[in-house]
Design a protein around this ligand. Structure first.
Ligand code: FMN
Length: 319
């Protein structure tokens, strides 16, 4: 009698030439350089680790207050503090490679030239799986969000970075624009392999004792569950416009949130602020997602990507 071989569960995600083993990743700036999380779990289990925004020279970050808890989230004004390219390549990357992690550096130069130089060097470096171009940091005066909120500047940067790298290029979008889908479409047209959505929303806190803003930069980036409905809306709108994969993030705190982002159109997701609450959350979600798919007889994750758009829905999935 012929043996029935069940198809194995497929949760892999393709980003250009890269295949992520599963769709659960950790978001830039909330997972350091992997060492910080490796004490909690085996980081090779992650779909990918997006490392802290990188510049050529080390950056000390912003002065004054840097992080503040808000209702269901945090405001941060870190200012892209990072070890710089040389130390990243000499000290941080070898550890990640040794741990067999899928490494995606987040490129965050001050200028277009710096971003081009970073992409060029990183794409020739063994151990780098893809590059995430950060055009959306609200906490720096040069670069950052200035790249991601002006379509002409955004387009030139992507066009020029695309020329210097054959590595999968992921563009991290700013939600602080009128139409995020317009930026997404432009990135796709200029050769981006995937999009990360979203970075933090510009927010503010006033200290009522001093009557002054809490942060020296006045504004800061809001993240965490407080932004989740805004991020879901952004992913939904982007999915309507592009065919490249979207990596969804913004307040993911549990399995329901992962499924919701997937149904809105995310091919993969990133856990950000919630790593600060539970450093093991990402690996727990990998296991929970597998059980969910098995329980609901979904063999391939792709079956649920973007179902919110088709109107077909699923026959009552249970978590
Ligand atoms: C403390 C902190 C630092 C961050 N640093 C970066 C960074 O260096 N580069 C970047 O692209 N995004 C950075 N982000 C944004 C996150 O990667 C993520 O896009 C955002 O926080 C939304 O996801 P979340 O709500 O799950 O945190 C940072 C967020 C936080 C909270």
């Amino acid at each position: 009698m012929a043996k029935i071989i069940e198809n194995p569960l497929n949760t892999s995600v393709s980003i250009g030439s890269l295949t992520l083993k599963n769709p659960i990743t950790v978001a830039s700036g909330t997972a350091g350089y992997g060492e910080e999380l490796s004490g909690f779990f085996d980081i090779s289990r992650l779909g990918a680790i997006f490392t802290k925004g990188l510049s050529i020279k080390p950056r000390v970050g912003n002065k004054g207050n840097r992080i503040l808890e808000t209702p269901s989230g945090v405001l941060n004004s870190i200012g892209l503090e990072n070890v710089g390219l040389e130390k990243f390549l000499k000290e941080k990357l070898p550890f990640l490679v040794k741990m067999k992690a899928t490494v995606i550096p987040n490129v965050a130069g001050h200028s277009e030239d710096e971003n081009i130089e970073l992409c060029s060097v990183l794409s020739k470096t063994p151990g780098i799986s893809a590059i995430e171009l950060n055009v959306s940091c609200p906490n720096v005066k040069e670069g950052g969000m200035a790249f991601g909120t002006n379509l002409a500047v955004f387009s030139r940067l992507i066009e020029n970075t695309r020329k210097v790298t054959t590595c999968p290029l992921i563009v991290k979008l700013s939600p602080n624009v009128t139409s995020i889908a317009e930026f997404a479409l432009q990135a796709e047209k200029l050769g981006a392999d995937a999009l990360s959505a979203v970075n933090t929303f510009v927010g503010m806190k006033i200290n009522i004792k001093t009557g002054r803003p809490h942060f020296i930069n006045k504004v800061a980036g809001l993240s965490g569950p407080a932004i989740r409905p805004l991020a879901i809306r952004a992913v939904y709108q982007i999915y309507e416009k592009v065919t490249i994969p979207v990596i969804g993030m913004g307040g993911i705190a549990n399995l329901e949130d992962v499924i919701e982002f997937t149904m809105a159109g995310a091919a993969a997701v990133s856990i950000g602020t919630m790593n600060l609450v539970d450093p093991s959350i990402a690996v727990k979600l990998i296991d929970e997602l597998e059980s969910y798919l098995q329980k609901n007889r979904i063999q391939n994750l792709k079956e649920i990507i973007g179902t919110a758009h088709t109107g077909k829905g699923l026959s009552q999935c249970s978590t």
